[in-house]
Ligand binder design. Structure first.
Ligand SMILES: *[C@@H]1O[C@H](CO)[C@@H](O)[C@H](O)[C@H]1NC(C)=O
Ligand SMILES: *[C@@H]1O[C@H](CO)[C@@H](O)[C@H](O)[C@H]1NC(C)=O
Ligand SMILES: *[C@@H]1O[C@H](CO)[C@@H](O)[C@H](O)[C@H]1NC(C)=O
Ligand SMILES: *[C@@H]1O[C@H](CO)[C@@H](O)[C@H](O)[C@H]1NC(C)=O
Ligand SMILES: *[C@@H]1O[C@H](CO)[C@@H](O)[C@H](O)[C@H]1NC(C)=O
Ligand SMILES: *[C@@H]1O[C@H](CO)[C@@H](O)[C@H](O)[C@H]1NC(C)=O
Ligand SMILES: *[C@@H]1O[C@H](CO)[C@@H](O)[C@H](O)[C@H]1NC(C)=O
Ligand SMILES: *[C@@H]1O[C@H](CO)[C@@H](O)[C@H](O)[C@H]1NC(C)=O
Ligand SMILES: *[C@@H]1O[C@H](CO)[C@@H](O)[C@H](O)[C@H]1NC(C)=O
Ligand SMILES: *[C@@H]1O[C@H](CO)[C@@H](O)[C@H](O)[C@H]1NC(C)=O
Length: 436
């Protein structure tokens, strides 16, 4: 039995070495991870919180313990300022927990588009990098493995969103370096993040001094989440079991998450926030236009990694636009052939690069505006907007010295999010490949 376990760990290590920055040089990685744990400006809830959030009430800025700026102060319930020495000591000997995800290939419908998700085989979490796989692929319980000095020690494993304090899994009395060897107190649920503000989910392995009582741990978890509106305050849990749990965790990993199509759609379905516009803003054409037209736009941090798109996102966005064409019946005789299309609906899909027939977009579309923050519907209603539809292709095409744009539609003074209420300064003219 034990030999088998050893083989599993060994083969895991073999895969590690071929993947990810952290596994090429584990010594440096672990040293950097320890620095990250006590760094008070590494995450959104750190020293930059006020600047990043500027009083925003959005979910991404909802900070359960604003006085705790580092991961370590959140894990241990200590002060970043007054207990700095203790925090450093508590994290000094921590090692890396190996967290591995597996998932079949699939496809998801998000923001009006069908995204294909590739298979994930032994994806190993790197604590220093943003996850490079879709959050759809995180739905199966990950494997968590750690090197244990003996086969007597029992462990508690906690999977915990250290940004928003949500519990994503809790297992006690684990031996054999795996979750399934223990008892489940709180079932695993996949973490996700609809924002481009990196959020850490910590996987924590804590040695136990004794076997824990399942029902008393379950009661404690229920009591803590009950006291904090569903949030799990880890330091309270550790205080309650200070005799049964070791003072310091032996192994840690950090699952760092950012928005991706799956998480954006997940929160859209829950009517919390609709961040589809953020995803769209990463598409290359918008970046080309911004560059060529010298529009001053506020872009997010482009140093973060994303698998879906490689540009940064627009931080100023507050609305989603839905553009729907009702095509009507249409028939034309051209060069001795009758062309016709039957009426139907066409919704613009920025993620789809396949061409659209001009006939489909020849009539003025219905454009609906909706706030990204769904709890913030009134603020956008009180504002006045201008809608501008422009063909940038002539400007974007390489080698154009006299870059020019073609206006297809211009509506100003849009109130109440109702485009038809605005003043149409330039009448709608359908996009057409042969414009003058
Ligand atoms: C803490 O993190 C910030 C942001 O990543 C970084 O700029 C800074 O150098 C880090 N500080 C230390 C002491 O590592
Ligand atoms: C953020 O702002 C609040 C009030 O404006 C202030 O009390 C707090 O100290 C600030 N936090 C940081 C980390 O600057
Ligand atoms: C943390 O700092 C406070 C204030 O200085 C102190 O009272 C407390 O004992 C410290 N906690 C630990 C665990 O050192
Ligand atoms: C525990 O480890 C010892 C050696 O360290 C070994 O002899 C024993 O068989 C192991 N027990 C189990 C249950 O694996
Ligand atoms: C975890 O999920 C399984 C399967 O859905 C269920 O049978 C079990 O009761 C759950 N355990 C807890 C602690 O919620
Ligand atoms: C576990 O705790 C409950 C009360 O929370 C107690 O009734 C039960 O006897 C305990 N079980 C063991 C094995 O100690
Ligand atoms: C953008 O700025 C550059 C350099 O300042 C200038 O050469 C170019 O003509 C500008 N483009 C537009 C569309 O204004
Ligand atoms: C990130 O943005 C900065 C400033 O906007 C730019 O200079 C830099 O080239 C960008 N980096 C990448 C990788 O796009
Ligand atoms: C950007 O992403 C696409 C697809 O995700 C990829 O094919 C392309 O090579 C990437 N470009 C750069 C410069 O990384
Ligand atoms: C196109 O349709 C019209 C009206 O139905 C018909 O009169 C005409 O002959 C057709 N032309 C061709 C080339 O089929």
């Amino acid at each position: 039995m034990f030999e088998l376990l050893f083989l599993t760990l060994y083969s895991l290590l073999l895969v590690h070495s071929s993947k990810g920055l952290c596994y090429e040089d584990q010594v440096t990685c672990v040293r950097t991870m320890r620095q990250v744990l006590v760094n008070t400006s590494y995450y959104w809830f750190g020293t930059s919180h006020n600047e990043t959030c500027q009083g925003s009430s959005s979910m991404s800025c909802d900070n359960p313990e604003p006085i705790r700026l580092s991961l370590a102060s959140r894990l241990f319930g200590l002060s970043d300022v007054h207990n700095k020495t203790e925090l450093t000591a508590l994290t000094r000997q921590v090692k890396l927990a190996f967290v591995t995800f597996n998932s079949p290939a699939g496809s998801i419908f998000a923001c009006g588009h069908n995204f294909k998700i590739p298979e994930v085989a032994n994806y190993i979490v790197d604590p220093l990098r943003t996850m490079a796989i879709s959050s759809w692929s995180l739905q199966k319980v990950p494997q968590v493995a750690w090197d244990s000095p003996n086969n007597q020690t029992l462990y508690t494993v906690v999977i915990w969103d250290a940004g928003h304090y949500h519990l994503h899994g809790l297992y006690i009395n684990c031996y054999q370096s795996s979750l399934i060897s223990g008892t489940t107190i709180f079932n695993y649920s996949a973490p996700s993040n609809p924002y481009y503000i990196s959020n850490p989910v910590v996987v924590l392995v804590i040695p136990q001094t004794v076997r824990l009582n399942q029902s008393s741990v379950a009661q404690a978890v229920e009591a803590i989440t009950g006291r904090h509106q569903g949030r799990f305050v880890l330091s309270e849990f550790r205080d309650q079991f200070s005799q049964e749990l070791s003072q310091r965790p032996s192994h840690i990993n950090i699952i760092t998450l950012e928005a991706d199509p799956f998480s954006v759609q997940y929160y859209k379905d829950k009517f919390v926030v609709d961040n589809c516009a953020l995803l769209i803003s990463r598409l290359t054409p918008l970046h080309q236009v911004a560059k060529l037209s010298n529009l001053s736009m506020s872009w997010g941090d482009n140093s973060t990694e994303s698998t879906d798109f490689n540009n940064t996102y627009l931080t100023s966005l507050a609305l989603n636009l839905a553009v729907t064409y009702n095509t009507g019946d249409f028939r034309v005789e051209y060069c001795c052939t009758n062309y016709s299309i039957t009426s139907g609906m066409f919704t613009a899909n920025p993620f789809d690069e396949s061409p659209v027939r001009s006939a489909v977009v020849r009539l003025r579309p219905r454009v609906t505006l909706s706030p990204m923050n769904m709890k913030d519907a009134n603020r956008y209603r009180s504002r006045v907007y201008t809608l501008f539809m422009v063909d940038v292709a002539p400007a974007v095409e390489a080698g154009q010295s006299n870059a020019r744009y073609f206006t297809h539609w211009l509506v100003t003074n849009i109130r109440n999010g109702d485009v038809s209420s605005g003043d149409e300064l330039s009448e709608y003219f359908g996009p057409n490949p042969i414009i003058p």
